[in-house]
Design a protein around this ligand. Structure first.
Ligand code: C2E
Ligand code: MG
Ligand code: MG
Length: 626
């Protein structure tokens, strides 16, 4: 009998179905649909084999025609069901759920399926067998062929139309699967003794299973928890199908400098076991030392989180601690993109417990808006440098200025650096931004106008985040060479950084730049961030008294004594002092008499654009011009 291929196919499908059902599963829509498609394929193959057997029995041994016809009908109905499930599997995650036309397409496909199945059931069917040729025919079979063709074509069209929305691997697997079906149907049409369709559909399932529904990608080898890939799929799925959720994450922080393998394994395995033991909700390992669990309702998450923390607090034998991030309500975020942005930003939070509330989500949005503003400014050249002159008390002229960055928005407004520098430092955008500012300063100096008007030096701010092994040395050297700027015209303002690791890198860069003739100033002196070690051991020539420090001088006696005392010490160390934030004539006089070398402040000028700055120098510096 002509059933060898179908039996092979049945064996293949059975194996895949067992593997698929046994594996650790995540409640994903696609997985459910795939499971349905496998079951339909399995049932279809059984009826395929049964119908061939019964047709043979009926034609050659006089078996009941009614029963044989019924089984033949079931077979073709299941064949259509398989095509329909295939289409649903392919299209559910692709069609936009909120669009009216997609809703209509969905209902239409259900309707066509329903009507088709009824027609196949009521319309007459015939069958024939001679040698190895066994097939059914008649109106019922014609409906089955037509509908199968419709679903195969619909699947192919949907796949091609949405190819940009899926990874290349998915695209190829889907086309291969449907292409195999079509090819097998065509061959079977020409050579009726080759009953290939059942085998082709089983083979298609193998391709889908290996390429798309492969469980190994979703399970972490060492802990058995789900992976980051799985979380990504899961979160996308839940947003797509409007299933609200809560997320709890726990991150292990080791308290030793060196984390040995055994200690790490112990901490990781213990955390993984604790999460699994807590309940049926899916647990994920999303990073070497970060874990999370997804809950359907927030009350349960809070209850479980308290439990986990209590367990952790009871553990004292491992030099590790945990930080926890709780997202009670996924609908706080607009979708998976914002959700993951939030997760990645706040997983690094320092405090022990962070709970996603309106304020935190809003902060992330603001930060993202600013990040885009900086990107756009860099792309469209909307980064501007303003200059604020310093008055040289001894030379009676404005021979130094600070370069201060601004962003000009599309509607011409100016965004001050206080609004975007902290974000740029966090996102790493400070690197390209800092280089752009430095290039603009070099370009400005290379024009020569400012130098002719008596300017000797421009101070450029460099954040700690701009220091790495090569930079700022590399970009500063490149730019001053490119624009032919004298190194002595550049002075870099640094602020101290608490991180000892960065300090060495910072010192290394500073020494290399000093060798080339670039000078350094220490900014923000007198704020909480200054440390005696910094001005004693760092090779800086100038110290800048912060706005708050100089203002404090005029407001309270304590600061007054501290500032004058510091001034004496710094002068003994041969350093120059710049007093920032001088706003009135009286303040200017007091600072000059005190013996401070440079005065910077609104009293003389606010930071102003290039052309205004040149005009300022020309007007105020007549005796200092070359
Ligand atoms: P900073 O380096 O301490 O710059 C001095 C700030 O004090 C400037 O603010 C300046 O406009 C302001 N200021 C000067 N005189 C007075 C005054 O008399 N009264 C008052 N109330 N303020 C005065 P700005 O331009 O808003 O810059 C803020 C900070 O942004 C800078 O503080 C600096 O830390 C950072 N920054 C500016 N440009 C850059 C840059 O190109 N790179 C980096 N990394 N940071 C920059
Ligand atoms: Mg500064
Ligand atoms: Mg300053």
């Amino acid at each position: 009998m002509n059933i060898e291929l179908q039996c092979c196919a049945l064996f293949i499908i059975f194996t895949i179905a067992v593997m698929f059902i046994r594996e650790k599963k995540l409640d994903l829509m696609n997985r459910k649909l795939f499971q349905r498609a496998i079951l339909a394929c399995f049932a279809c193959l059984i009826f395929d084999i049964l119908s061939v057997i019964l047709i043979n029995l009926s034609v050659f041994r006089g078996f009941s025609i009614a029963i044989t016809e019924m089984v033949c009908k079931f077979y073709i109905m299941l064949l259509v069901l398989q095509g329909y499930f295939g289409y649903v599997y392919a299209s559910t995650s692709l069609l936009p759920r909120e669009k009216m036309w997609a809703v209509i397409v969905r209902y239409l496909s259900h309707l066509v399926f329903g009507i088709g199945e009824i027609m196949m059931l009521v319309l007459p069917i015939g069958y024939t067998a001679s040698g190895r040729i066994v097939y059914s025919y008649g109106p019922s079979t014609s409906v089955a062929y037509a509908l199968s063709a419709v679903y195969i074509l619909a699947t192919i069209v949907t796949t091609i139309a949405y190819r940009k929305h899926m990874p290349g691997r998915r695209f190829i697997a889907m086309l291969l699967w449907q292409g195999l079906w079509l090819l097998a149907a065509a061959v079977q049409f020409i050579q009726p003794q080759l009953l290939l369709v059942g085998f082709a559909s089983a083979f298609g399932m193998v391709i889908l299973y290996i390429q798309l529904e492969n469980p190994s990608e979703y399970v972490d080898g060492s802990t058995g928890l789900f992976t980051m890939n799985a979380l990504s799929a899961y979160v996308h799925d839940r947003y797509k199908f409007d299933k609200q959720f809560s997320l709890f994450t726990a991150k292990i922080h080791y308290l030793t400098n060196y984390v040995d393998y055994n200690m790490e394994q112990a901490a990781v395995m213990r955390t993984a076991r604790a999460l699994v033991a807590l309940g049926p909700e899916p647990a994920f390992r999303i990073d070497d030392d970060t874990f999370c669990v997804v809950y359907d309702v927030k009350e349960r998450m809070f209850e479980r989180a308290a439990n986990i923390k209590m367990q952790k607090d009871g553990v004292t034998d491992l030099p590790a601690k945990g930080t926890y991030l709780l997202i009670p309500d996924s609908t706080q975020m607009s979708g998976p993109d914002e959700f993951f942005r939030f997760l990645h930003t706040y997983l690094e939070a320092e405090q022990e417990i962070t709970i996603a509330d309106e304020k935190l989500v809003q902060r992330l949005r603001d930060q993202n808006r600013i990040k885009e503003l900086i990107d756009e400014a860099l792309r469209l050249d909307r980064v501007e440098v303003f200059y604020q002159p310093f008055y040289n008390v001894r030379e009676f002229c404005f021979d130094v200025a600070e370069a201060l960055v601004r962003i000009r928005t599309r509607d011409g407004k100016i965004v001050p650096p206080g609004e975007f520098i902290p974000v740029a430092e966090e996102t790493g955008q400070i690197i390209p931004l800092g280089i752009r500012v430095f290039e603009k300063v070099c370009e400005f100096l290379s024009k020569g106008e400012a130098l002719e008007a008596g300017l000797k030096q421009v101070e450029v701010n460099i954040s700690a985040a701009q220091f790495d092994f090569d930079n700022p040395t590399k970009f500063v050297t490149e730019m001053i060479e490119k624009y032919g700027v004298e190194p002595g015209c550049i002075n870099l303002e640094i602020t101290e950084t608490a991180a000892a690791k960065n300090r060495d890198i910072m010192l290394e860069n500073m020494n290399r730049l000093i060798e080339k003739g670039i000078g350094f100033s220490l900014d923000d002196f007198g704020t909480g961030r200054s440390n005696i070690d910094y001005f004693v051991n760092m090779p800086v020539e100038n110290i800048k008294f912060d706005y708050s420090f100089t203002q404090g001088f005029f407001e309270n006696d304590k600061t007054k004594y501290v500032l004058s005392g510091m001034m004496d010490i710094l002068h003994k160390l041969d350093m120059n002092i710049v007093a920032e934030g001088i706003e009135t004539e009286e303040q200017m006089k007091v600072m000059s008499e005190l013996g401070i070398e440079y005065i910077q402040g609104y009293y003389y000028s606010r930071p102003i654009p290039e052309d205004e700055f040149i005009a300022f120098l020309k007007e105020k510096n007549p005796q200092c011009q070359k």
